[in-house]
Write a protein that binds this ligand. Structure first.
Ligand SMILES: Cc1cc2nc3c(=O)[nH]c(=O)nc-3n(C[C@H](O)[C@H](O)[C@H](O)COP(=O)(O)OP(=O)(O)OC[C@H]3O[C@@H](n4cnc5c(N)ncnc54)[C@H](O)[C@@H]3O)c2cc1C
Length: 423
């Protein structure tokens, strides 16, 4: 029990997810604020528990702020600076100092060595308790009202659904994609970019993909050319269409426009991005010279999996049975088109169970990213997904939560020190 708690300025953190928990710990560990974490649900850290398929992809091994910031379709410019203050290196160190080691997978994603999100939950709970964060679940908030103070700043009154009234010097909003909280923030004068889903797979019904679920391509260039977005990376065929890193990243880039188009547009896939059309043509000509008697369908080229190679040849029954000697220049042209510019009709949005985020939230222009304080209501701070910031899949969304909540905690402590808000 902290005997001085009553004399310390009070800070409320609203939302007990990754950002709220991390921010509350950083605030309380300074010893100069009494921190209450208010969560409307029955449990804290629900998303952390189910994240990364139960393994929690804590961050990404991309340590340089500039390339790291490019993984955020919304928030790149603001996070570029924020990562200088608290980036993946700091996340790794923060967990390591508290006994949690992270490992890096081949694609850069970082997980606890235990491969269990429970490890992350345990350390966050332990740190919150050790630093005296007051944890309250099932605390539905009715309203948040600034109370102007004679010194020019303002304190805040939070009325709970139960009728209880609480007063705080500062508030950290870490409510994720909670619609009600966006409603209050709007009422307080903030503008909110409409929330729409990000990180999803594409529903595609196409004979070329039928019964090929599980088939993957190591490197492709996928583009939504009518929206002006492209993404290179692995591609995976699913029961419903296409997924894999290239698709998920593309869905994040085009999240808003795809929503507006009701997820109906065309996807173009270049299955051989490393080679030009001319280079592919030359390889085909070489094949015709060296293996004239071999059937084309039995000699897949360019690393294309045999089942897909057969599928694209099947679309032209003549070519399907031909040997390389009989493969005409028209056949070559059609094959090259299928390899470099395959067109698929997207008819909807699928699910991606390992990670899901919402794009949209508090307008970034209304937040000072050096402190995460609102430019509209001084004394209100933001962290995590409540902001119009989101990353592609790979641990970037949690990194946003750790980074912005760390900066918000520093911002709040510095504002308290300057005596803004009466406490
Ligand atoms: C299935 C799944 C898997 C994911 N896996 C990964 C992953 O492995 N790596 C990664 O980087 N990202 C992952 N993400 C994304 C990541 O979970 C989020 O970006 C991150 O949790 C955002 O943290 P946050 O604290 O801002 O919001 P949240 O985690 O959503 O927390 C917000 C909290 O605020 C509470 N709240 C909302 N409104 C109120 C209110 N009015 N009063 C009180 N409390 C309120 C909510 O109940 C919630 O507990 C995943 C997401 C999902 C859905």
């Amino acid at each position: 029990m902290d005997r001085n708690a009553e004399s310390k300025p009070k800070v409320a953190v609203i939302g007990g997810g990754a950002a709220g928990f991390f921010g509350a710990i950083e605030l309380a560990s300074s010893g100069s604020a009494s921190v209450t974490l208010l969560e409307k649900g029955k449990n804290f850290l629900s998303k952390v528990r189910i994240s990364g398929g139960g393994r929690c992809n804590v961050t990404h091994h991309c340590l340089d702020p500039e390339p790291l910031s490019r993984h955020y379709p919304r928030g790149e410019r603001e996070l570029r600076w924020a990562f200088e203050t608290f980036g993946p290196k700091d996340t790794i160190r923060w967990y390591e100092e508290r006994g949690v080691l992270l490992k890096t997978e081949a694609d850069g994603r970082m997980f606890p060595v235990t491969d269990s999100s429970e490890t992350i939950l345990e350390v966050l709970f332990r740190e919150a308790k050790r630093n005296g964060v007051k944890l309250r679940t099932e605390t539905e908030i009715h309203s948040v009202t600034p109370i102007p103070s004679p010194e020019g700043g303002s304190d805040f009154r939070i009325q709970l659904k139960s009728g209880e009234i609480l007063e705080f010097s500062k508030i950290l909003f870490a409510t994720g994609s909670g619609r009600k909280a966006w409603g209050w923030l709007k009422a307080l004068g903030h503008s909110i970019s409409d929330p729409v889903p990000s990180l999803f797979t594409f529903k595609i019904s196409d004979p070329r993909l039928e019964d090929l679920a599980g088939l993957s391509f190591e490197n492709t260039l996928c583009s939504l050319s009518d929206l002006g977005y492209a993404q290179e990376g692995p591609l995976l065929v699913t029961h419903w269409g296409l997924s894999g890193p290239a698709i998920l990243k593309l869905s994040a880039k085009g999240a808003r426009e795809l929503f507006e188009k009701e997820y109906s547009t065309f996807l173009k896939v270049d299955f051989v991005p490393a080679l030009s059309r001319e280079e592919i043509r030359e390889t085909i000509e070489t094949e015709k010279r060296i293996h004239p008697a071999k059937t084309v369908r039995n000699t897949p080229l360019f690393g294309i999996p045999k089942r897909y190679w057969e599928r694209i040849l099947e679309s032209d029954p003549g070519a399907f049975t031909k040997t390389w000697a009989g493969f005409s220049s028209k056949d070559s042209h059609l094959l090259i088109e299928e390899l470099k510019n395959a067109k698929f009709r997207i008819s909807g949005k699928g699910e991606f169970k390992d990670e899901f985020v919402t794009c949209g939230g508090v307008n970034r222009k209304e937040v000072q990213f050096k402190t995460m304080e609102s430019r509209i209501v001084p004394g209100l701070f933001f962290a995590g997904e409540v902001l119009d910031v989101d990353g592609v899949t790979g641990g970037f969304n949690f990194q946003n939560a750790w980074t912005t909540s760390f900066i918000a905690a520093r911002g709040i402590l510095s504002a308290l020190q300057k005596g803004q808000g009466s406490g």
